[in-house]
Design a protein around this ligand. Structure first.
Ligand SMILES: [Zn+2]
Length: 350
């Protein structure tokens, strides 16, 4: 028997250990092998209320707790639609550990079709972590996600897309700080996206602002997905995200099945952000994914009388990761996120 175990371990095959304990989420108990969906009600001190639709899958075998979060931004549809289909694709009998899925983190923004902000208080949920239960409704949502989801996770994936005004290239982001990094990098590679982007920022505990930064500040291996753009979604896009999440779970040995190996992603280094210096009408000269040279005219901002008030030149040789492509632009908004290649000889078809 011992020799069989040695052979299995040598082959990288893990023996599943049965789960006999239920998983509790507030008042809901999920038994091993069960999938349960429920709404969590949130009330702010000023009387505003909302809810978060959650699904928990509790595996038949022991393993880690994985958090999957969609809809931090309610106009980013591919992640939300991916988490509509994913629960039924995962068989809890084949799952090692537990998955907490936040299907739509910001339902107010989703149902009101609000870009970036929660219309109830005008706040961006991905700027208020870890949240505050004595604050506004968006801060209360962040507090609930922090205390009920992130604090219970061993791994986290925060799923985003290009919002209604954003054209972007699919990529997986992670933080390069701490012990979580090597595992986060493994998760990112298993998702099989064309690009990955590491951030050297070290989140400040208690003032993390971003959902993924809150998890990283707790040492939780975390990746953030960006997939889809312009507030648009197809069933193929939703299916792509859910299939890649399944592949990540198989690669990490949290779910039965043989993972697919994708070619290694290109790592984009040194991000550069360009902000609008004026409020006006934006005319872009490029799309996301374009290779650009230092000094290239990336776009123009005019006033409402069609007079040019800002010409935007690229400060670097690089690549457009994401950009605003719709006409309205407000002073201080990010218009371009640019990346530098690790190897300047890399070329790419657009
Ligand atoms: Zn987002």
């Amino acid at each position: 028997m011992k020799s069989i175990l040695v052979v299995l371990l040598a082959l990288g095959i893990q023996l599943a250990v049965g789960q006999d304990k239920p998983f509790a989420f507030q008042n809901t108990t999920i038994k091993p092998g069960e999938r349960k969906s429920f709404s969590v009600t949130i009330k702010a001190p000023n009387g505003d209320t909302t809810f978060i639709p959650i699904t928990v899958l509790h595996g038949k075998s022991k393993g880690p707790v994985l958090g999957l979060i969609a809809g931090i931004h309610g106009y980013e549809y591919p992640p939300i639609m991916a988490l509509q289909e994913l629960p039924n694709k995962i068989d809890p009998e084949k799952l090692r550990g537990t998955i907490i899925m936040v299907r739509i983190a910001n339902v107010n923004a989703f149902f009101k079709r609000s870009v970036f902000y929660n219309p109830a208080d005008g706040k961006n949920l991905n700027r208020v972590f870890p949240g505050n239960k004595a604050g506004t409704i968006t801060e209360c949502i962040a507090h609930t996600i922090t205390t009920e989801v992130i604090s219970r996770c061993d791994y986290l994936v925060d799923i985003h897309a290009g919002d209604a005004s954003e054209d972007l290239q699919p990529y997986v982001g992670f933080y390069t700080c701490g012990k979580q990094f090597s595992t986060a990098r493994k998760m990112a590679d298993a998702l099989g996206f064309p690009w990955v982007i590491g951030s050297d920022n070290v989140p400040t505990p208690g003032n993390t602002k971003y959902c993924s930064a809150e998890a990283v500040s707790r040492g939780i291996p975390t990746v953030a997905i960006e997939y889809g753009k312009l507030g648009h979604v197809t069933s193929e896009e939703a299916g792509f995200i859910s299939a890649r999440l399944m592949n990540m779970m198989r690669t990490m040995e949290w779910y039965d099945g043989v993972p697919q190996k994708y070619s290694p992603p290109v790592e984009i280094k040194a991000r550069t952000y360009i902000e609008a210096e004026h409020t006006g009408i934006f005319y872009p000269n490029f799309k996301s994914g374009a290779l650009i040279r230092k000094g290239t005219l990336l776009g123009t901002i005019t006033d409402p009388f069609n007079n040019t008030i800002q010409e935007i030149l690229s400060p670097i040789d690089g690549f457009i990761i994401y950009m605003t492509v719709t006409p309205p632009i407000t002073k201080g908004e990010t218009i371009f996120s640019l990346g530098s290649y690790p190897n300047s000889s890399i070329q790419r078809e657009n």
